[in-house]
Design a protein around this ligand. Structure first.
Ligand code: AP5
Ligand code: ZN
Length: 215
């Protein structure tokens, strides 16, 4: 199964991706996680993208498309995949199509901007695994520590209110056009199946709705 999870920053893509990939035995391909790993490792890619990521801007389409092309050649993608945070611009979606990658589902998780700001200001992450928490909505068992490893949780550099607002503005101008793009494709070609779900409610409720959309 080949799926795109579409949604604003903080809509819950990473949170839901975990359940879906486990259930279907497919890898999660999060361009954000891949780029953050490169930054952490201090690789040439990481050095190139760090400033733009910290400021909430988008990394260039060329870099992202090359990253995805390389990732899709890996054997675990043979069974399918779930894209989280990709594609994010029309050129990225066009590149995927030009590469002949057929998609089964696009699931849009819709959450309004004020709720996004609440979610991202309280988000804490475990850098090693990408596990995501929220100080109020989804707290870890021990404050500030990852449930599995016991290691410290951190706040993402781009989760400051001013940067969150900038990311939202970029989402509306650059990424939201993908809603029309995939709805039209779905209407014209019968696939991918497009589903829009309301992303407000408990994490479990949203998981239920996502799974229903995928069945
Ligand atoms: P990326 O990592 O993709 O960030 P994003 O799209 O901004 O999305 P987030 O990770 O912020 O949100 P999410 O939807 O995963 O929400 P989460 O589950 O964590 O990208 C980061 C940067 O990398 C970009 O800014 C850009 O620079 C670059 N980049 C990446 N991909 C790119 C691309 N394709 N092209 C160009 N540049 C690219 O949840 C958020 C919070 O809410 C958490 O605290 C969580 O616990 C909480 N929460 C989740 N669900 C619920 C719920 N139901 N109720 C209450 N709280 C909830
Ligand atoms: Zn994420």
């Amino acid at each position: 199964m080949r799926v795109i999870l579409l949604g604003a920053p903080g809509a819950g893509k990473g949170t839901q991706a975990r359940f879906i990939t486990e259930k279907f035995g497919i890898p999660q391909i999060s361009t954000g996680d891949m780029l953050r790993a490169a930054v952490k490792a201090g690789s040439p890619l990481g050095l190139q993208v760090k400033d733009v990521m910290d400021s909430g801007g988008l990394v260039s389409d060329e870099i992202i498309i090359a990253l995805i092309q390389e990732r899709l050649t890996q054997p675990d993608c043979a069974v399918g995949f779930l894209f989280d945070g990709f594609p994010r611009t029309i050129p990225q979606a066009e590149a995927l199509r030009a590469a002949g990658v057929k998609l089964d589902h696009v699931v849009e998780i819709a959450v309004d901007d004020e709720e996004i700001v609440n979610r991202l200001s309280g988000r804490r992450v475990h850098p090693g695994s990408g596990r995501v928490y929220h100080t109020l909505y989804n707290p870890p068992q021990a404050e500030g520590l990852d449930d599995v490893s016991g290691e410290a949780l951190v706040q993402r550099e781009d989760d400051k209110e001013e940067t969150i607002r900038k990311r939202l503005a970029i989402y509306h101008s650059q990424t939201q056009p993908l809603v029309d793009f995939y709805q039209q494709l779905s209407a014209a070609e019968g696939s991918p199946k497009y589903s829009r779900i309301e992303g407000v409610g408990s994490v479990d409720d949203i998981t239920g709705k996502v799974l229903e959309a995928l069945n």
